[in-house]
Design a protein around this ligand. Sequence first.
Ligand code: AP5
Length: 193
Amino acid sequence: MFNLILFGPPGSGKGTQSEKLVEKYGLIHLSTGNLLREEIANKTPLGLEAKKFMDQGQLVPDEVVIGMIDSSIEHHKEAPGFLFDGFPRTVAQAQALDKLLALKKSEIDVVLALEVGEEELVSRLLNRGKTSGRSDDSDEKVIRKRFSVYSNETSPVADYYKKAHKFKVIAGEGSVHEIFAALRQAIDVSMAS
Ligand code: AP5
């Protein structure tokens, strides 16, 4: 099994690059943001509860997202590996993920972190907000709140994987094609080691 985390702030290109990477490497794409938006679209109790947090740019409680990842991993028993996008976002989530993967006698192989400046991120998200219908993209205040949540609650996840020597930074500005090439190179090195 090969397991990869695509890490980075809101708007850094995780979703865009994930689509291309899962096609190239045959991994299962697990995006907690997408899973939560599906729950909202289906008006499930979990979705209605999660929406309150997402609309304010806050994190959904750990136990909710860990439960979703647990059932998704179980659902894909024969997976050649997973690409985690937008998860883990807290150290508690990272520790839970390690335990879930250990049960499968597996682990995270590499964490690739997309680095993009804040003003570029704001402009990408406001631009996407014009067409995405995502309530968390249309208000700059909510976008800035997502960044402060990222720096307070999610940045420590980077240290967690740095300590494990699994963390690599990838320049996230430039064309989608150039960034994809840099990610592929890092993945190929990690797969070969
Ligand atoms: P989530 O859905 O994970 O959103 P996010 O992290 O805020 O990330 P985005 O989807 O906004 O950005 P992205 O990095 O995927 O970039 P993208 O490729 O789309 O989370 C949403 C909410 O759900 C959270 O705020 C939280 O409430 C909740 N949540 C989710 N996971 C959770 C968890 N684990 N724990 C707790 N709560 C959780 O690109 C953005 C835009 O830029 C697009 O328009 C794209 O076309 C464009 N773009 C991409 N690449 C480039 C490029 N190279 N140049 C120019 N434009 C580009």
